[in-house]
Design a protein around this ligand. Structure first.
Ligand code: IPM
Ligand code: MG
Length: 368
């Protein structure tokens, strides 16, 4: 069976990171019998330049037809002044919405070799392995009305709407409980039920799903602001954190920094499992387009490469192949290879391509 993979490199360091991921795909084709076909589609600022929109219909159609999308990054200062609907980020948001990618899995794993690279004390982060499950197609990102109007006195008034339904909360809660069942069986649900009615509903629905369907999992509730604080105080108290779109955006950046660098972390965005077994899926490094270092060969390719490991695991059920890639990354870090973002004294500084070279070599060694 040939897997159909769509590459959407996007802007900034996106293309260089995707290029490195393609080398890893090539390794799996050659050595692990991984049969795939790739196509490429435009998204973000460069799509806007070419097609006048950051999320062209053709890209959406190709993404829907693919078994998995490997996404680079979008955005850049040259597009900051565009009207809201034309901004590069809207291309990514359209992909999420149109493909129904409601479940965003963001693991924050601290590789042992990097425990000193974190801005937190090594004992706080060593062995850290948490999974943030972020709701991705609802909440304030998509709620209507979303508009800026002008008041009679000439002032402007801007509105975003935070909105959640029972169904939206229940399905993301199930994803979190199911994943927790494969880990240490603990879920913390983060919301602001002290000030937001969406938070009250969130807490009710998560509790209900827990009681009825997952009583063997330990559930705790935490206010999102407290969760942010606990993440820097004692992050290892958490296993799976389930939260809404906006809190998930914020908490996952925070969790990323615990691990040393946002350049390390992958993510998977998944849709509902269809009756025919298909499941829409998009994999992306959680770092952005980093325009300041784009095109210089400095970017850390690891988040992109680990996103492919997630793709092997979640889209293609190749658990061993995913673990192999994760072990290869672990190994090159232990061997001292570092891109600039994770550089430490005494280590070997490498660029984007050399980091991938090292990972491919580690794969060769580990695969025998
Ligand atoms: C993320 C990013 C996106 C988001 C942007 C690029 C739209 O920050 O994936 O976390 O806000 O969701
Ligand atoms: Mg973000």
């Amino acid at each position: 069976m040939t897997h159909q993979i769509l590459l959407t490199p996007g802007d900034g360091i996106g293309p260089e990171v995707i290029e490195e991921t393609q080398r890893v795909l090539g390794w799996y084709a050659k050595n692990r019998n991984f049969a795939f076909h790739t196509d490429t589609a435009a998204v973000g600022g460069n799509a806007y330049e070419k097609f006048g929109t950051p999320g062209p219909d053709e890209t959406i159609a190709k993404a829907k037809a693919a078994d998995a999308v490997l996404f680079g990054a979008v955005g850049g200062p040259q597009w900051d002044k565009l009207p809201f609907a034309s901004k590069p980020e809207q291309g990514l948001l359209r992909l999420r919405k149109d493909l129904g990618l409601f479940a965003n899995l963001r693991p924050a794993l601290c590789f042992d070799a990097l425990k000193d690279a974190s801005s937190l004390k090594p004992e706080i982060v060593s062995g850290l392995d948490i999974l943030i499950v972020r709701e991705l197609t609802g909440g304030v990102y998509f709620g209507e009305p979303k508009e800026t109007t002008t008041l009679p006195d000439g002032q402007k008034r801007a509105v975003d709407t935070q909105v959640y339904t029972t169904h939206e909360i229940a399905r993301i809660a199930r994803v979190a409980f199911e994943l927790a069942g494969l880990r240490s069986k603990r879920v913390a649900s983060a919301e602001k039920s002290n000030v937001m009615v969406t938070g009250v509903l969130w807490r009710e629905v998560v509790s209900e799903i827990h009681k009825k369907e997952f009583p063997h999992i330990e559930l705790s509730h935490v206010l999102a602001d407290n969760c942010a604080m606990q993440l820097v105080r004692n992050p290892k108290q958490y296993d799976v954190i389930v939260t809404d779109n906006l809190f998930g955006d914020v908490l996952s950046d925070e969790a990323a920094q615990l691990t040393g660098s946002i350049g390390m972390l992958p993510s998977a965005s998944l849709g509902a499992k269809q009756a025919n077994g298909r499941q829409a899926a998009l994999y992306e490094p959680i770092h952005g387009s980093a325009p300041d270092i784009a095109g210089k060969g400095l970017a850390n390719p690891i988040a992109g490469i680990l996103s492919f490991a997630m793709c092997l695991r979640y889209s293609f059920g190749r658990i061993e192949d995913a673990q192999l890639l994760e072990r290869a990354v672990d190994r090159v870090l232990a061997e001292g290879f570092r891109t600039a973002d994770i550089m430490q004294p005494g280590m070997t500084k490498v660029g984007t391509a050399q980091m991938t070279d090292a990972i491919l070599k580690a794969l060769d060694k580990l695969a025998v």
